[in-house]
Ligand binder design. Structure first.
Ligand SMILES: Cc1ncc(COP(=O)(O)O)c(C=O)c1O
Length: 390
């Protein structure tokens, strides 16, 4: 009854674990959840007000598929101001979240016989989107010591005549590592002379800690700018996950036209109210709130790292960005699903098994929750691990 394509799609493990934890909570269990992929902060007031004003002024009509001129100009401003990138508004398309930007690009670019390079661990949706297109995900296993960042040599070894896309994510989910400018330049150099398109997922851009600076892949060279689709959104960095706002910017005219056709025949424009709210965020009106959120995340990261480093059977890479820790439990248990189920059942702590990110023997701990929860949760994890029998 179903198409072969739709049968290849797996369920999102992150959403599944969150649902399970919510079920237990609804039954009155004292569950502490560290599975969230979204900030626990509310959307800044100034963004809400922009939406309310737009509703009152009657913004409820269809807009152009790519978005209103005002929101496209706001994205253009943001990319220039924050990243030093110059795009025409005709090179920008707004989408229903960055997930949708990625999905549309992949569906428009690849098909059976094509290869897409995905560094492991990856954000859960990348391989599923690639498989849905008919193309083949090529997994590149990276080194934990290096924050699981793909090196130029690893990239070089993965490229074949069939490679069409490289998926890049910095700051990364699930590790929280951030590529330095030199690391990005080294990757860009390997790609020179190829037709490979980079989908650069920059969702966690504003959540970088200490002295770590974010660099957009398209900003590292002229060649990188031409081959990159810069993908970003406001779910994480403006606490707007439910508003569903993402965007893509690309110099590739053919791709932009194809995405507009696909979007025009499926979702049409994104929610018009969201476009007005996003405009306020992109113009920097909520920057103070975003900075407060970033500072709070940094404090939580520091606390979580301090407490977790006291458990000597586990290890982790101290993240430079995002709001996750990717914790190595392979000395205790290779089967991450089993470990996470036991942890949820026995200690009522929800974390996401590494297998969902392509790496068993790990789990992802999200610190997008209160400091109190983090302290209590790590106490429970520590207790669980001390008495752990595989
Ligand atoms: C790395 C990464 N990319 C993209 C997304 C999608 O974000 P959205 O569709 O909410 O804009 C997420 C959300 O979890 C993510 O972690």
């Amino acid at each position: 009854m179903l198409s072969k394509r739709s049968q290849t799609l797996g369920e999102s493990l992150t959403l599944a674990i969150t649902a399970l934890a919510n079920d237990l909570k609804a039954k009155g269990e004292d569950v502490l959840s560290f599975s969230a992929g979204e900030p626990d902060f509310d959307t800044p007031q100034i963004i809400k007000e922009a939406a309310i004003k737009a509703i009152e002024q009657g913004c409820g009509k269809y807009t152009a598929v790519a978005g209103l001129p005002s929101v496209l100009e706001a994205v253009q401003f943001k990319l220039k101001n924050d990243n030093g990138l110059s795009y025409e508004t005709s090179e920008i398309i707004t989408n229903v979240g960055a997930k949708h930007s990625l999905f549309e690009c992949i569906q428009c670019l690849v098909e059976e016989g094509d290869e897409v390079i995905i560094p492991v661990p990856f954000w859960v949706s990348y391989p599923e989107m690639v498989k849905y297109s008919g193309a083949k995900p090529i997994f590149v296993y990276t080194d934990e010591k290096n924050g699981f960042k793909m090196t130029a040599d690893e990239l070089k070894n993965a490229i074949t005549s069939k490679t069409k896309i490289l998926m890049l994510n910095s700051p990364s989910n699930p590790v929280g590592s951030v590529y330095t400018k030199d690391e990005l330049k080294a990757l860009a150099k390997v790609l020179e002379g190829t037709n490979i398109i980079v989908l650069s997922d920059e969702m966690y851009e504003k959540l970088c800690y200490d002295d770590f600076k974010f660099h957009a892949f398209a900003s590292v060279s002229e060649d990188a700018l031409k081959r990159t689709v810069t993908i970003n959104g406001l779910s994480k960095c403006a606490a707007m996950p439910g508003w569903r706002f993402g965007y893509m910017a690309s110099k590739n005219k053919e791709l932009n036209a194809a995405v507009k056709r696909l979007q025009g025949q499926s979702t049409s424009n994104i929610c018009s109210i969201t476009q007005h709210a996003a405009t306020a965020a992109l113009l920097g009106k909520a920057n103070e709130d975003v900075e407060k959120m970033r500072i709070e995340f940094q404090k939580r990261r520091d606390k979580a790292c301090e407490l977790l480093s006291k458990i000597d059977t586990i290890s982790f890479y101290k993240p430079e960005g995002a709001f996750y820790l990717f914790i190595n439990i392979s000395k205790l248990q290779k089967d991450s699903m089993k470990f996470c189920q036991q942890l949820l059942e026995q200690k009522k702590v929800a974390v996401v098994p590494g297998v969902g990110f392509g790496m068993d023997g790990y789990f992802r701990f999200s610190y997008a929750t209160s400091m109190d929860n983090i302290i209590k949760g790590i106490e429970r994890i520590s207790d669980f691990i001390q008495n752990y029998k595989a």
